[in-house]
Design a protein around this ligand. Structure first.
Ligand code: PBG
Length: 332
């Protein structure tokens, strides 16, 4: 009998654990669960608005009065966390509608908390939706002035937290933004609030549909002087490390699908919760192919989210949150 006998060959059959759905479920390493999904919501100033976004079929902008029903629908599907983006009526050089207590985001937060207090309300903290030039901070001499932007991000975070946000999520990619926000929150007696930092946020073409949705395309230049170069991953670890030192509770890698290696490296190095943002372009690519009948939408969306989990993310921000939660409940 040769060494490669009948016995040793059969010992190596990896298919044994794949033979039924119950067995596959038993040995499954990563799972997508609605409780770890966050649904982004675009909130537009006004009333009675449910406005489709051309570049993101199936995603709408809502006015504050239409939010409670959306939040309720998401909660029914099992998605209890939302991330708010604001579309103000007025924009100016300094993005002042972004940190006004009567702005669209504080108003939205109060409305949601009144209606469904248990919802985990996260608010994006950035100026690009509120500035006339579309950059993420104060522009001086043709560039974004880091240190003049910090106090304004801090003010926005305080206003959102005062309105009831559980989580503030700085996405401007200014150095020191987490410390500035943490300090201003503490000074306002709001030290119980969570800071989820968009730590490793890349200068990505995948944000294209979002900029249509949020009307936040820069009027000149691009964001490469503050967002990260897509070529780098060691630098992402430095960004994350710095944010943790500055007081971030949750760190984020964004986009997700093209940056799974970054998520995986971050997972190996840090023990804080890691969020991954599956951005607008990731949604629109799949959606467009699905609408053409070229891809099985549920299968592909679920597979992508599973891959993001497998790479090491705890939290996934995705425009597919509600659908995936629905598909998961149908599978059960
Ligand atoms: C704000 C912000 C952006 C996104 C999230 N927060 C746009 C940008 O940086 O241009 C993108 C989200 C998405 O594409 O889904 N700075």
């Amino acid at each position: 009998m040769p060494e490669e006998g009948h016995r040793s060959k059969k010992e190596r059959r990896l298919r044994r654990l794949r033979s039924s759905e119950d067995l596959r479920a038993l040995v499954r390493e990563s799972r997508v669960h609605p409780s770890s999904l966050v649904a982004p919501i675009f909130v537009k100033e006004g009333t009675g608005i449910v406005e489709p976004i051309d570049a993101m079929p199936g995603v709408n902008r809502y006015s504050v009065d239409r939010l409670p029903e959306q939040v309720e629908r998401l909660a029914k599907a099992g998605v209890r966390s939302i991330l708010l983006f604001g579309l103000p009526l007025l924009k100016d050089e300094l993005g002042s509608s972004g940190y006004s207590p009567e702005g669209v985001i504080p108003t939205a937060i109060r409305e949601i908390k009144k209606h469904r207090p248990g919802t985990v309300v996260m608010a994006d903290v950035c100026l690009c939706e509120y500035t006339s030039h579309g950059h993420c901070g104060v522009v001086r001499g043709g560039t974004v002035d880091n240190d003049r932007t910090l106090p304004l991000l801090g003010r926005a975070a305080v206003e959102y937290a005062r309105a009831g946000a559980d989580v503030v999520a700085p996405s401007a990619m200014m150095d020191g933004q987490v410390r500035a926000i943490r300090t201003q929150l503490e000074d306002a007696g709001l030290d119980d609030r969570i800071v989820m930092s968009y730590s490793a946020k890349y200068a990505s073409s995948f944000y294209g549909p979002f900029r249509e949705a949020a009307d936040s395309k820069p009027a000149f230049g691009d964001r490469r002087a503050y967002q990260m170069d897509p070529s780098n991953s060691r630098e992402a670890l430095r960004e994350i490390e710095q944010d943790i030192e500055e007081g971030a509770d949750i760190v984020m890698v964004k986009p997700a699908l093209a940056y799974l290696d970054v998520i995986s490296r971050a997972r190996a190095r840090f023990d804080v919760p890691i969020a991954a943002y599956s951005v607008s372009g990731e949604y629109s690519m799949v959606r467009a192919a699905a609408l053409n009948g070229w891809l099985d939408e549920a299968g592909v969306a679920y597979e992508i989210l599973t891959a993001i989990k497998r790479a090491g993310a705890d939290i996934i921000i995705t425009y597919y949150a509600e659908q995936v939660a629905d598909w998961l409940s149908q599978r059960r």
